[in-house]
Write a protein that binds this ligand. Structure first.
Ligand SMILES: CC(C)(COP(=O)(O)OP(=O)(O)OC[C@H]1O[C@@H](n2cnc3c(N)ncnc32)[C@H](O)[C@@H]1OP(=O)(O)O)[C@@H](O)C(=O)NCCC(=O)NCCS
Length: 159
């Protein structure tokens, strides 16, 4: 049997694969996230912003997961989105993607990486805690009137 190919790629603004990758991510966003959490409508605009970045993972050519981040200042970065396609979960790919985004931020000499997560998303909460994120605060009605979020952070000088 042929070996599985796993490729991690940073999407560059001038990439010839831009439209294909963004289309696939839009379709995954619609499947994975409820409308109030989905970036399906805004992802193309988000990614075109100067400080945004996207790293995606392909398994045998299939887009299996992605992490999107933004560096609004020279000191801090935000993980905007992280997802792995259902059939590829629990194989370490979420871990790989998040670590890749953290390393990207480290290389930019960012001090703090933060993110918001629905407290009910146990796999994501566990992954963030496993990689050293700490809970900062509970933000009431972050996603919608009845959906709160934890704001979590990771400081480079703490590890
Ligand atoms: C969160 C998500 C990206 C994790 O991806 P994944 O590839 O399955 O994660 P990994 O296999 O790399 O697991 C890494 C760690 O995450 C945690 N984790 C992952 N799946 C879990 C599950 N089903 N239950 C509990 N913990 C889980 C564990 O701590 C795991 O470490 P371990 O294997 O040493 O126990 C994936 O579940 C997903 O896409 N969920 C839907 C979208 C989402 O919630 N995104 C986060 C938005 S803020």
């Amino acid at each position: 049997m042929a070996a599985t190919s796993i490729v991690l790629t940073e999407l560059h603004k001038k990439s010839t694969s831009w439209d294909k990758v963004v289309d696939e991510i839009v379709s995954l966003e619609k499947k994975i996230f409820p409308e109030h959490q989905s970036l399906a409508r805004s992802i193309d605009d988000e990614l075109k912003k100067k400080n945004s970045g996207l790293i995606y993972l392909e398994i045998d050519g299939d887009l299996a997961g992605y992490v999107m981040y933004s560096c609004p200042s020279s000191l801090c970065a935000i993980i905007i989105e992280l997802a792995v396609k259902e059939n590829y979960r629990r194989q370490g790919h979420g871990d790989t993607l998040l670590k890749a985004a953290i390393e990207k931020c480290r290389s930019k000499r960012i001090h703090r990486v933060s993110l918001h997560v629905d407290p009910l998303r146990t796999p994501a909460m566990n992954l963030y805690k496993k990689l050293g994120f700490q809970i900062d605060t509970l933000v009431k009605a972050y996603y919608s009137s009845d959906r709160d979020a934890y704001r979590m952070y990771f400081d480079f000088d703490q590890v």
